[in-house]
Design a protein around this ligand. Structure first.
Ligand SMILES: [Zn+2]
Ligand SMILES: [Zn+2]
Ligand SMILES: [Zn+2]
Ligand SMILES: [Zn+2]
Ligand SMILES: [Zn+2]
Ligand SMILES: [Zn+2]
Ligand SMILES: [Zn+2]
Length: 1751
C-alpha cells in the first residue's frame, strides 16, 4: 500500500469530515490528483498508460470517505455482516464451463457454475456441459430456474428464515447514512465522463478543472470492425514510426479494450499523429475499407477523468458484490432518476443505469464491460431491483436493440445480452407480459427494422399484411437472431395459472406474431416461366432464415395456446380472421370441375399461371391449432359450433378454402419435382429443398400434410380428390407424358402421407415418445448412425423434454467404437423392421432409396419377404376419423384403376419402377385399412367391394393380370400378397353373407409365396456367394499391394515383415560370432526396383536411394527445454535435449531418376496452391514419395550390407598382419582396467605416427575421391559406368548428410567432418532409441521381425555412418582427430578434477556406446586383441557397466518395494544388491535398506537396463546382419535373457562388474566433480523414470476440469485479459495464449524475420518445430508442422455415446478415451506429426483459411 504523502493526507482528512455534501469534496479531491494517474510523455508505453499505484491510492482515498479505513479491511468487515448467501450469481467469463441439467432445468439457459454443479444433485442426472460465451451467471439457488434441487450444498437455504419480511440492512449506521450520497456522486461522475467525450478543458465543469496548468494532450484510437488487424498495424507502424511488434501491441489493446492511447505530448504532436493515422497511406491501397480510423485528440485532464471514471466501475462492482447492505443502497440509487440532462428545452431526469444503457452502443469496450459487470454484481443479485431493472430494460428495449442492430460489437459485450438474465425468469417474464407488453415491444423493435411502415402498430385492423422491405431485412437478419432468442426466453415456461390479465395481454402479443406471419404470407412468390429461363436468381435465403427463426416462436406460442382451451379457440378465431382477410384480398372466383359425371366447386387459381410461394404460415398455424383441439378431444361438430368462431366456418366451401394455400405449396413442390418449373432457376429449387428439409419441414411440409388429412376428413372425399388433382394440374394434362407420370407419383406420395402419417399427437392418439420412436426407426433405417447424427434431425432440444435413452435402447443396438478412428453408432434392431414405412415423408429421395435397400437387405438376410407390407398404424382421432375414406372413394378407385390399366397396357412412362411401387403400396394401404374396418360391422369402408367390381377395369382383375406379366416380375411377390389378402377377405365377407357357397377363386396358396420367395432366396444366395468370392479376390489383391507398398500413414495396416531367411543355426547365436557375421555378410543382396523407371537395380547402373524424412526431434527429451542446450560433442546429456530422427518408407529409386523427379515436382510446386500472401511456404526440399505419397525431405543411399562387413574385416586383415608381431593376448584374461590403459596409451602412439603420414591434398575440403567410393560400394571398379554409379552414390550420400546436418541446426558454415559426424551420430542414436521406444510401445521384442521401413531406416543411417567412417579413415585426419583428442580417456579414464568435461554418468550411455563404436579404431588397441570382435565386445561390456552404474546411483531408492521376506533369493540377486551398495558407498549415497524386496530390486534393475540393451541389440543386428534366432512368438521367452545372449553378455547382471578391478574404473567415474551435484537433481532424471517411454502430459478423466482450468488462464502478457484460445501443449503441459497478436514472438530462427504466434513459437522450442496442442475451448487437437502448416484433429475425449464433440457443440459430458490418447502418443513418439499434417492438407485436401504461423 502506498503511503498517502503530503497533500494526499490533507485531502483524506478533508474527506473524512462528516458531511453529506460528498460531491463537492470529491471534486476537490480529484481535480488536481486525477492527472497523476496518467503516465508522462516519457514514461508511458503501449498498454500501460496508467500509473496503477496512483489509481489505487486515489480510489482508496475516495472510498475512504465512505468506509473510513483501508478498503480491503473495511470490505472484509462488511462481508461478515451479510446474511448467508442463497444465490450464487457467479458471472461467467468467456470459456468458463457451464453445466445444465437436462432433467431439472426449466430451460436450457439455466446453468450452474463448476463449483455449484459438482456440489449439487444434478451431477448425478443427465447433464450438459458447455463453454460459456461470457456474460451469463450461475443460477444456483434460484428456485425459478429449476424444477428440482434449486441449490447446491453451498447455497442451500434454511427453509425457516428464508422469507423474513423485515429485511434489516446489515450496515453500520454512519455508512448507511453516507452511502446514498456517495453512490450518487460517484455514479454521476462516471456516467458523465464515459457517456460524453469531452475533449477540451473547457468542457469540464469548473469544479473539476485543475488549478495547475497542463499542456499535455493525447491521441486516442478507437476500435471498429471494418478495419483488419493488419491494416491497423500497418497504419500505426507508419504513423508512429514504431516496430511492427509495438504496432501489433497497440492494435491488440485497441481490439481488447476498444481504444488505445497512441500518443501523448503537446497538442501539435497529438494532432499530427491523428492526421497521419486518419489519412490513408497509398501503400495500403490494397486494403478494402476506405473509412479512416476513428481517432480523437483529448486534453490530458479530460483523458484522466475518463480513465478514472472507468477505473471506478470495477471498484464499485467489487464493493457492491461483497457487501449486501451496500448493494441494496447502490441498487436504489442507481435505479432512481437523479441525473439531469438538458434535452431541447426542458430538463429530463433519468437514472444512471438508464443513461448507460441508452449509450451502450456508443461506449468503447472497457467501460461497457465494466458497467455490465456492475449491473450483474448488484442489480441482478437483488430480486426487487432485478424486477424494476427488467421493466426499465423492456421500456428501453427498442433503443437497445436499435443500437445493437446498427452497431457492430459482439452481442456478449452489449447490454442486450442481459435479456437472458431477465426474460428467462418466469415470474419476471410473466410480469412483463402482463404489464409491459413485452412480446409486442420485442416484435415491434424487430419488425420496424424491415417493415415498410416501421411504426405500424395494432391499429383497429391489425390483421392486415404489412409489406416487408427485403433489402432492410437482409441487412439485419444475422443480428436479429438475438431478438428472436429473447422471444423464446419469454415463451420458455408455459404458465399453469392463467389470469385474465395474462390471457388478454398474451393474446395481444399474439396479434403481433400473427401480424408478422401475415407479412410473410406468400413471400418470395413466383410465376411459372414457360418461355425463357429467369435471368438472375432472386434471393431466397433471407426468407428461409427468417422462417427458421420464427418456427421456434410458433412452436412455443402453440404450446402456450394449447395449455388453455379457451385460448385455442381465441387463437383460432384470430387466425381465421387473418385467413379471411388474405382470401378477400386475393379475390379468387369459383371454378366448376366435372369429374366422373359429377360437378365439383374448386377455387379458381391456376398455379401454373399465377404466383405461388412455399411460405404460407397462417393456414399452417390454423391446422396446428386444429390438431391441438383434436388432441383435447374435440370433434368437428364441437369446434364448428363454438360460439367464438361464429360466422367464420359456415361457408359451404370452407374446407376447400382452408386447404387452398397448403395445397398450393404442395402442388408447387410436386410440379417442381416433376420438372415443370425448370425455367424458374435454382432459387426455387432451394426453396423447395428447405420446404422439406428437417430444419423447416415441421412447420411447413408436415403442416401441409396435416391440412390434407384434416380436409380429407371434413370434405367429401371425392371432392377432396378432385380438388387435389385439379390444383396439381393433373386433370387437364398441361404437361408432357414424362411430367405427367412424375406428377402421378407425387399425387401418390401425398395420398400415402395423408393416410399413413399418423404419428402426431392429435392426429391420432399417440404419445410423444411413440412419435420419436418412429422417427428414430426411420432415421436408422437409412444407415447406422452415431447419436449426434440422430439428434441433429430430431427437433431441437428434444432431450430436454424426453429421455431418448430408453427409446434408443428399445429400437436400436449400440456399437462401441472399434478403434481410435471410429465412433460409437446405433443400428436398428431386427424386430422393428416391420414398422418401417418405405415412403415415410421425412425422407429425401436419396434417403428413401437408401433406406429401402438397407431394409430389403436386412429382411432378406432374415429370410422374410422383401416387399413392404404397410405397417399397422394407430387409429385416427375423432376429428380425423374420416381421412382414410379417401381410399374407398370412387375417384380413388378410378384413379387407381386408370393407373393400373396403363401399367398393364405397358405405358412406358407409367411403368417406371418408382411409380408402380408407390401405386401398389397405396393399394396395399387400402387393403390393410379394409382389414381394420372389417372388425367393425357398421363401417362403411367399402374398398374391397369396389375393388372387385367393374370387370376388366376392376383393381383385382388388373392386379391378377399384372402378377402374370414378365415385365413386372419384380412386383410379383407383392401383387400376389395383395391378391391373396383381397381374395381371402372378400371370401370371408361373402362367406359371412352367403355361407361360403360361391368361392370364385381359390385362396392364394401361401406356401407358393414361400416357395417363390425361397426360389428367390436361392438366387440371392448364389449372388451372395459370387459376391463374397469376388470380395475375397479383391482382398488378396489388396493385400498383395499392401505387402509391396507398406502403408503411408503409419496406421496399423498389415505390413510386410522383413523376410531374411535365417539359416538354421544353434540356439546360442550371438552377434559377436565371427562365423555368423561372415555368413550374414555373404547373403545375396536384395534387388530393388526403381519406382520411377521400373528398372531393376541389378540390371541397371547408378546408385539407388530411398525417400526419407529427416526431422529434429525432442520426443526423447526429459524435463523442460533449455535454451541452446546444445550437446557437447560427443557427450549427449541423459536428458536427451535434442535429436535427429530419420524415417523412410523404404521405396527405392535411382538417384538420377530422383533428381529429375524432384526438379519436375518443384516446378509444378506441389504445395503452391495453398499459400496466400504473407504465409510461409514449406522448404523447397520437400517432396512426397512418388509411390506412397509419404512426406519426405531427403534420400538415403542404399549401402550394400556387405560394405560394413567388408570394412570391418578389412581392417581386421590389416590388423592380422600386425598381430603376428605382437603378443597375442586372450581378451578374456585382460581386466577392464588394464585394457583401458592399453587403449589409451596406444591412442597416443597412433596419434603421433599418423599425423606424420597424412596426405595433405585431401585435407581441407570435404570432397571425396570417386575411387574411394567405388571401394565403398564394394563393386568392381573396372568400367566407366561404375564410376558414374559411385559418383551417384557419393552425391546422394552427400545430400543425405547435408540434410541431416541442416536439420540438426548445427552451424551450417561449419560443414566440416566434425559436424558431419556429430550430426550423423546424433541421427543414429535418435533413430535407434526411437525405434526401440516404438517397438516397446507395441510390446514387441527387438529380436522380432521389424517392419521394412524400420529396418531400412536403421540400415540406411548405420550404413552411411560406416561409410563415412571408413572413407575417411584412410585419407582424412578430421575423423581421427575426434578420437585422438583424448576422447576415450575423457570418457572412461576420467582425469581427476577436470570439471570442464561432462561426467560419463551424466551422459546418455547408449549415445556413448554408438560414439565409440564409430570412432574407435581397432588399430589403436595396443593390448592387441585378437580381432575386431573382441575389441567390440569389450566396448559393449564397458558401456553396459557404465549403464548399470548409472542405474545404481540414480535409482529412486525411496520408492523401492519393501518386503520382510527375502529368504530364498538367489545368490546372483544378492550379489547385485551388494554391488549396488558398494557403488553407492563410493558415490557417498545411502545404502539399500535390508527390507528392500530382492526380487523387486532385481526386476527393477533389469527393467531399467533393458532399454539400453535393446538399443544395442538393434544396433548390432543392423550392423552385423546376424539375425537372432529366438522364437519371439513365444511369449514365455524372457526377453532380457535373450538379449543378453545375443549381445554375448553374461547372463548374470552382477557379473558385468568384473569387480576386482572394475571398481577402480567405477571409482574414477564416480569421482567426477560434475557428477555429485547432479545426483541430487529431481525425479525426472532418475531411474526408473529415465528408462520409461516418454509420455504426453497426464490429462484429467473429465473434460470439464480442463475447461475450468483453461477459463482461469489469463494471457501472460496482458494479465487483465482472458485468453481467447487457451491452448495446452500436450508434451509439456504449458498453457499458451494462442492465435492472438498479444503473445506473438519473433521467430527463433534468425533467417525468419517474422512474428509467430505463441503456439508456433512454443513448438519451435518444446517440440523441435512440431507441435501437439489441445485447444481447450474447441476440444480439438492442433498439429503444427513448423510454421508452414498444420491441421486439426479430434481430441481424445468421448461422450457416453462414443462420439467426440469438436467445438463442444452438443455439451454431453466428455471423458478421456485411452485408445485415442494412445494413438496420439504413438503419433508423437513415432514422429508422425508432419506426415499427418501433410496427409490432411495435401492428400485429403483439407484446407483451413488460417495462417498457421499465427497460432
Ligand atoms: Zn455457482
Ligand atoms: Zn451453488
Ligand atoms: Zn437435475
Ligand atoms: Zn530409375
Ligand atoms: Zn514411399
Ligand atoms: Zn496473450
Ligand atoms: Zn510444450
Amino acid at each position: 500500500m502506498l503511503q498517502a504523502s503530503g497533500r494526499n493526507a490533507n485531502i483524506s482528512d478533508y474527506l473524512s469530515a462528516t458531511s453529506t455534501e460528498f460531491e463537492g469534496a470529491f471534486h476537490e479531491l480529484i481535480k488536481d490528483e486525477v492527472v497523476k494517474i496518467i503516465r508522462s510523455e516519457k514514461t508511458w508505453s503501449v498498454g500501460s498508460v496508467l500509473e496503477e499505484d496512483q489509481v489505487k491510492t486515489l480510489i482508496g482515498n475516495i472510498f475512504r470517505w465512505l468506509l473510513a479505513g483501508e478498503l480491503e479491511d473495511s470490505l472484509a468487515a462488511l462481508e461478515k455482516l451479510n446474511s448467508p448467501s442463497q444465490i450464487c450469481g457467479r458471472v461467467f467469463k468467456p470459456g468458463e464451463p457451464t453445466y445444465s441439467c437436462r432433467d431439472c432445468a426449466m430451460d436450457p439457459t439455466c446453468v450452474l457454475c463448476h463449483t455449484c454443479f459438482w456440489k449439487s444433485e444434478h451431477s448425478k442426472h443427465r447433464y450438459r456441459m458447455n463453454a460459456s460465451g461470457g456474460g451469463g451467471c450461475c443460477d444456483c439457488g434460484d428456485s425459478e430456474a429449476w424444477h428440482n434441487f434449486p441449490a447446491c450444498s453451498n447455497h442451500k437455504s434454511d427453509a425457516n428464515d428464508s422469507e423474513s419480511e423485515e429485511k434489516e440492512l446489515n450496515l453500520p449506521n454512519d455508512i448507511q447514512s453516507k452511502a446514498p450520497y456517495f453512490f450518487e456522486a460517484i455514479l454521476k461522475y462516471v456516467v458523465e465522463h464515459i457517456t460524453e467525450t469531452k475533449t477540451n478543458l473547457t468542457d469540464l465543469p469548473s469544479s473539476l478543472r485543475p488549478t495547475i496548468d497542463n499542456k499535455s494532450f493525447s491521441t486516442v484510437l478507437f476500435n471498429d470492425e471494418s478495419h483488419t488487424f493488419d491494416f491497423v498495424i500497418h497504419v500505426l507502424r507508419d504513423a508512429l514510426k514504431c516496430t511492427e511488434s509495438e504496432a501489433a501491441d497497440f492494435a491488440t489493446v485497441v481490439d481488447r479494450e476498444g481504444r488505445s492511447i497512441i500518443c501523448i505530448g503537446d497538442e501539435g504532436k497529438c494532432e499530427n499523429a491523428k492526421r497521419i493515422v486518419t489519412s490513408r497511406p497509398t501503400s495500403l491501397l490494397l486494403f478494402r475499407t476506405s473509412d479512416p480510423l476513428k481517432t480523437v485528440v483529448m486534453h490530458i485532464t479530460n483523458l484522466a477523468h475518463q480513465e478514472l471514471a472507468v477505473q471506478l466501475l470495477p471498484a464499485l462492482s467489487d464493493m457492491v458484490m461483497r457487501s449486501e447492505g451496500l448493494r441494496e443502497i447502490f441498487c436504489s440509487v442507481a435505479m432512481s432518476q437523479n441525473i439531469s440532462r438538458q434535452s431541447e428545452n426542458n430538463v429530463q431526469y433519468s437514472s444512471a443505469i438508464e443513461l448507460l444503457m441508452r449509450c451502450d452502443h456508443e461506449l468503447w469496450k472497457t467501460p461497457r464491460n465494466h458497467y455490465l459487470q456492475v449491473i450483474m454484481n448488484s442489480i441482478l443479485l437483488n430480486a426487487d431491483a432485478k424486477k424494476s431493472f427488467a421493466v426499465l430494460f423492456t421500456k428501453l428495449y427498442g433503443a437497445i436493440q436499435d443500437g445493437f442492430l446498427k452497431g457492430d460489437h459482439d452481442h456478449s459485450q452489449s447490454v442486450a445480452v442481459l435479456s437472458v438474465q431477465l426474460y428467462t425468469v418466469p415470474s419476471i417474464s410473466r410480469y412483463l407480459i402482463e404489464r409491459e407488453n413485452v412480446i409486442g415491444r420485442i416484435l415491434h423493435s424487430l419488425t420496424k427494422t424491415f417493415y415498410v411502415e416501421p411504426d405500424a402498430g395494432l391499429d383497429p385492423d391489425w390483421c392486415r399484411a404489412i409489406k416487408i422491405d427485403r433489402k432492410k431485412m437482409r441487412h439485419t437478419i444475422r443480428r436479429m437472431a438475438y431478438t428472436f432468442h429473447d422471444l423464446r426466453y419469454i415463451f420458455a415456461v408455459i404458465p399453469t395459472d392463467w389470469t385474465p390479465a395474462l390471457k388478454s395481454e398474451f393474446l395481444n402479443g399474439l396479434k403481433y406474431v400473427l401480424q408478422l406471419l401475415l407479412s410473410i404470407h406468400g413471400l418470395d412468390q413466383t410465376v411459372r416461366r414457360t418461355d425463357a429461363h429467369i435471368e438472375h436468381e432472386p434471393d431466397w435465403e433471407t426468407t428461409i432464415t427468417l422462417m427458421m427463426r420464427i418456427h421456434p416462436i410458433i412452436k412455443r406460442s402453440l404450446k402456450w395456446i394449447s395449455s388453455d382451451t379457451g385460448l385455442l379457440f381465441d387463437a383460432l378465431h384470430f387466425c381465421l380472421m387473418c385467413l379471411k382477410n388474405l382470401q378477400d384480398s386475393e379475390n379468387a372466383g369459383i371454378q366448376k370441375i366435372s369429374h366422373g359425371g359429377q360437378q365439383y366447386q374448386c377455387i379458381d387459381y391456376d398455379i401454373c399461371l399465377r404466383a405461388v410461394s412455399s411460405h404460407y404460415p397462417i393456414p399452417r398455424l390454423i391446422v396446428a391449432i386444429l390438431v391441438e383441439l383434436s388432441n383435447k378431444g374435440f370433434d368437428w361438430q364441437e369446434i364448428k359450433s363454438n360460439p367464438s368462431l361464429a360466422g367464420l366456418m359456415e361457408h359451404p366451401l370452407f374446407g376447400i378454402q382452408l386447404q387452398e394455400y397448403c395445397l398450393r405449396s404442395l402442388s408447387l413442390n410436386a410440379q417442381v419435382v416433376s420438372g415443370m418449373w425448370k425455367r424458374n432457376g435454382l432459387s426455387l429449387v432451394n426453396q423447395i429443398v428447405f420446404y422439406k428439409d428437417y430444419r423447416c419441414r415441421q412447420e411447413a411440409y408436415e403442416r401441409d400434410i396435416q391440412m390434407m388429412q384434416f380436409c380429407a376428413s371434413v370434405v367429401d372425399p371425392d371432392h377432396f380428390l378432385v380438388n387435389l388433382q385439379y390444383k396439381m394440374n393433373f386433370l387437364n394434362h398441361g404437361c408432357s407424358q414424362d411430367q405427367y407420370a412424375k406428377l402421378t407419383c407425387e399425387v401418390f406420395t401425398i395420398l400415402i402421407a395423408a393416410v399413413g402419417e399418423r404419428y402426431i399427437p392429435g392426429v391420432s392418439d399417440v404419445t410423444e415418445t411413440a412419435c420419436i420412436e418412429r422417427k428414430i426407426i426411420h432415421i436408422l433405417a437409412v444407415e447406422t448412425k452415431p447419436r449426434s447424427k440422430i439428434m441433429k434431425v430430431l427437433p431441437e432440444n428434444i432431450t430436454d423434454q424426453v429421455d431418448l435413452e430408453p427409446i434408443l435402447r428399445k429400437v436400436a443396438d449400440f456399437r462401441e467404437p472399434a478403434n481410435a478412428n471410429s465412433i460409437g453408432k446405433y443400428s436398428l434392431k431386427a424386430d422393428v423392421l416391420n414398422e418401417f414405412c418405405p415412403y415415410a415423408y421425412q425422407y429425401s429421395f436419396a434417403d428413401e432409396d437408401k433406406a429401402q435397400q438397407t431394409i430389403i437387405k436386412r429382411k432378406s438376410s432374415q429370410n422374410s419377404p422383401t416387399f413392404f407390407i404397410p405397417p399397422k398404424l394407430p387409429k385416427f382421432s375423432k376429428l380425423f376419423c374420416k381421412t382414410p375414406f379417401i381410399l374407398c372413394s370412387d375417384t380413388f378407385i378410378s384413379l387407381m384403376s386408370g393407373f393400373l390399366q396403363k401399367v398393364v397396357a405397358g405405358d412406358n412412362e407409367m411403368c417406371h419402377d418408382k411409380i408402380v411401387r408407390r401405386g401398389l403400396y397405396l393399394i396395399a394401404m387400402a387393403v390393410v385399412e379394409s382389414k381394420h374396418h372389417m372388425q367393425n360391422e357398421t363401417s362403411k369402408f367399402d374398398f374391397l367391394a369396389k375393388c372387385i367390381s367393374g370387370c376388366e377395369a376392376s383393381i383385382l382383375f388388373l392386379l391378377q393380370k399384372l402378377e402374370t406379366m414378365e415385365a413386372h416380375a419384380t412386383h410379383k411377390d407383392f401383387v400376389a400378397w395383395m391378391i391373396a389378402e383381397i381374395e381371402s377377405m372378400t371370401n370371408l365377407k361373402r362367406g359371412a353373407r352367403e355361407h361360403g357357397s360361391s368361392v370364385d377363386h381359390p385362396s392364394y396358396p401361401k406356401t407358393e409365396v414361400k416357395a417363390e420367395s425361397s426360389g428367390q432366396n436361392a438366387r440371392k444366395q448364389r449372388a451372395q456367394e459370387l459376391r463374397s468370392k469376388l470380395l475375397l479376390q479383391m482382398k488378396t489383391m489388396q493385400q498383395n499391394f499392401l505387402s509391396q507398398n507398406p502403408d503411408l500413414l503409419g496406421e496399423d495396416l498389415p505390413t510386410a515383415e522383413e523376410t531374411v531367411s535365417i539359416p538354421q543355426a544353434t540356439q546360442n547365436r550371438t552377434c559377436m560370432d565371427a562365423a555368423a557375421q561372415e555368413q550374414a555378410a555373404n547373403q545375396p543382396e536384395e534387388s530393388h526396383t526403381c519406382m520411377l523407371c521400373q528398372e531393376d537395380s541389378a540390371s541397371s547402373d547408378g546408385a539407388m536411394v530411398m525417400a526419407a524424412f529427416v526431422q529434429r526431434s525432442s520426443v526423447l527429451r526429459r524435463g523442460t527445454y533449455v535454451e541452446r542446450q546444445e550437446f557437447n560433442h560427443p557427450f549427449l546429456h541423459m536428458s536427451f535435449p535434442t535429436g535427429i530422427h530419420t524415417s523412410t518408407c523404404s521405396h527405392a529409386m535411382h538417384y538420377e531418376c530422383f533428381k529429375q523427379f524432384r526438379k519436375s515436382s518443384s516446378d509444378s510446386r506441389l504445395f503452391r496452391h495453398r499459400h496466400h500472401r504473407g504465409y510461409s511456404e514449406p522448404p523447397n526440399s520437400e517432396f512426397v514419395c512418388p509411390l506412397c505419397s509419404r512426406l519426405s525431405n531427403t534420400v538415403i543411399p542404399f549401402m550394400c550390407r556387405s560394405i560394413v562387413h567388408q570394412k570391418r574385416s578389412r581392417s581386421q586383415d590389416d590388423q592380422d598382419k600386425n598381430i603376428t608381431d605382437m603378443e597375442v593376448a586372450d581378451d578374456e584374461s585382460l581386466t577392464l582396467n588394464e585394457w583401458l590403459k592399453h587403449v589409451c596409451s596406444a591412442e597416443e602412439q597412433f596419434f603421433d605416427s599418423s599425423s606424420v603420414v597424412m596426405p595433405d591434398d585431401e585435407k581441407e575440403s570435404g570432397s571425396y575421391d570417386p575411387e574411394e567410393f567405388m571401394s565403398v560400394d564394394g563393386s568392381p571398379t573396372s568400367s566407366n559406368q561404375s564410376a558414374d554409379k559411385s559418383e551417384n552414390l557419393r552425391d546422394s550420400f552427400d545430400e543425405f548428410i547435408y540434410d541431416i546436418l541442416k536439420e540438426s541446426s548445427l552451424d551450417l558454415q561449419n560443414n566440416n567432418m566434425l559436424s558431419r559426424q556429430s550430426a550423423l551420430w546424433l541421427s543414429a542414436v535418435t533413430t535407434l532409441s526411437c525405434t526401440e521406444n516404438a517397438l516397446r510401445l507395441e510390446n514387441r521384442s527387438v529380436l522380432s521381425k521389424l517392419q521394412v521401413r524400420q529396418s531400412a531406416a536403421l540400415e540406411g543411417v548405420l550404413g552411411t555412418m560406416y561409410a563415412l567412417k571408413n572413407t575417411h579413415a584412410q585419407n582424412d585426419d578430421t575423423f581421427e582427430k575426434l578420437f585422438n583428442d583424448d576422447t576415450f580417456e575423457k570418457l572412461f579414464n576420467c582425469i581427476d578434477g577436470d570439471a570442464s568435461l561432462p561426467a560419463l554418468l551424466n551422459c546418455n550411455v547408449f549415445s556413448v556406446f554408438c560414439y565409440i563404436w564409430f570412432s574407435a579404431d581397432e588399430k589403436k588397441d595396443g593390448a592387441g586383441l585378437t580381432d575386431v570382435i573382441s575389441f567390440e565386445r569389450k566396448i559393449l561390456r564397458l558401456c553396459s557397466l557404465a549403464q548399470l552404474v548409472q542405474i545404481f546411483v540414480r535409482m529412486k531408492v525411496a520408492d523401492l518395494e519393501l518386503t520382510c521376506d527375502n529368504v530364498g533369493s538367489s545368490s546372483a540377486v544378492e550379489n547385485l544388491v551388494v554391488n549396488c551398495n558398494s557403488v553407492r558407498l563410493i558415490a557417498g549415497l545411502n545404502q539399500l535398506s535390508d527390507n528392500v524386496s530382492r526380487v523387486g530390486f532385481s526386476k527393477l534393475v533389469k527393467t531399467c537396463m533393458l532399454p539400453f540393451l535393446r538399443c544395442c541389440t538393434l544396433f548390432l543386428r543392423h550392423l552385423t546382419g546376424v539375425a537372432p534366432c529366438v522364437d519371439v512368438a513365444d511369449e514365455a521367452v524372457d526377453e532380457f535373457a535373450c538379449v543378453m545372449k545375443y549381445l554375448d553378455l553374461p547372463e548374470n547382471l552382477s557379473s558385468i562388474l568384473d569387480f576386482d578391478d572394475g571398481l577402480q574404473v567405477v571409482r574414477r567415474w564416480l569421482s567426477h566433480p560434475n557428477l555429485q551435484p547432479s545426483l541430487l537433481s529431481g525425479d525426472i532424471l532418475s531411474y526408473p523414470n529415465l528408462s520409461r517411454i516418454p509420455d504426453l502430459v497426464p490429462l484429467p478423466p473429465n473434460y470439464g476440469e480442463l475447461v475450468g482450468a483453461a477459463a482461469a488462464f489469463k494471457c501472460p502478457k496482458f494479465a487483465s485479459d482472458d485468453s481467447l484460445h487457451p491452448t495446452m501443449c500436450l508434451v509439456c503441459g504449458d498453457v499458451l495464449c494462442s492465435q492472438s497478436y498479444c503473445c506473438q514472438q519473433t521467430h527463433p530462427d534468425k533467417d525468419e524475420k517474422r512474428l509467430v504466434g505463441a503456439c508456433t513459437y512454443h513448438a519451435m522450442t518444446c517440440g523441435a518445430g512440431r507441435g501437439l496442442f489441445l485447444r481447450v475451448r474447441e476440444c480439438t487437437v492442433v498439429l503444427l508442422d513448423k510454421h508452414y502448416r498444420g491441421t486439426f484433429i479430434t481430441a481424445p475425449y468421448l461422450d457416453g455415446h462414443g462420439e467426440t464433440d469438436k467445438g463442444l457443440r452438443r455439451g454431453d459430458p466428455l471423458y478421456l478415451d485411452n485408445s485415442r490418447l494412445c494413438a496420439l502418443r504413438k503419433m508423437w513418439l513415432t514422429h508422425g506429426i508432419p506426415e499427418r499434417v501433410c496427409y490432411d492438407t495435401e492428400l485429403k485436401n483439407i484446407r483451413y483459411m488460417l495462417d498457421w504461423a499465427h497460432l
